[in-house]
Design a protein around this ligand. Structure first.
Ligand code: 5GP
Length: 192
């Protein structure tokens, strides 16, 4: 069991509606030492891959992605969520349905910050149905850049996102894959 899995068992809270709450260490209060351990693990898993940029999505991906970017020694860009699209041609845009809030956001990245020369490692905190990742992949593809890999902290393996993304042929590395969880008993079981 790795340190993220141990921490989920210690401090994660299973909520109704297939939500795992990890706000005491991952997406509200942030344990950056844990993030650094995670970043070192991504370095191992993506060893040999050419990566010159990290891309994430606001807000909860930003903390992890920043520490990962420091370890990889590359810049980090985050996609911004917005209700209104000001299509002035300066932005890449994609639609993303929020798993936690159930609304649809347009996500935007300035054309200044990703281009055809970029080999992008996408980082996010959770993978559930895959909407956030599909939006980020669309943005990379609009830029003519390459997705070098995808690093997720917690994948909920009982939801379809992981399989969809792996079937598309991407190297998807999730540091903890939750096989099942139960809000009544509070149990979380990881994929081995
Ligand atoms: P997806 O787009 O894959 O359906 O969901 C991924 C996004 O939804 C993540 O960026 C994350 O912010 C949020 N999310 C999905 N599942 C959970 C969860 O169980 N707990 C928390 N805290 N956020 C989640």
């Amino acid at each position: 069991m790795n340190c993220l899995e141990e921490r989920i068992l210690k401090d994660g809270v299973v909520k109704e509606g297939n939500i795992l709450k990890v706000d005491s260490f991952l997406n509200h209060q942030m344990d950056v030492k844990l993030f650094d351990e995670m970043a070192k693990e991504y370095l191992k898993r993506f060893e040999g891959k050419e990566i010159n940029k990290i891309l994430t999505i606001e807000a909860s991906g930003i903390g992890i992605a920043s520490v990962v970017a420091l370890r990889f020694g590359v810049p980090v860009v985050f996609a911004k969520k917005t209700q209104s699209v000001n299509l002035d041609g300066e932005m890449y845009t994609a639609e993303v349905e929020s798993f936690t809030h159930k609304n649809i956001n347009n996500v935007i990245v300035s054309k200044k910050f990703i281009g055809p020369e970029d080999k992008v490692l996408i980082i996010d905190d959770f993978l559930a149905n895959g909407c956030a990742l599909m939006g980020l992949i669309q943005i990379v593809s609009q830029a003519g850049a390459t997705v070098a890999g995808i690093g997720i902290a917690i994948e909920k393996g009982f939801q379809p996102g992981g399989q969809i993304i792996r079937n598309l042929g991407y190297q998807l590395e999730s540091l903890a894959i939750v096989e099942s969880m139960d809000a009544k008993t509070g149990t979380v079981v990881f994929r081995q």
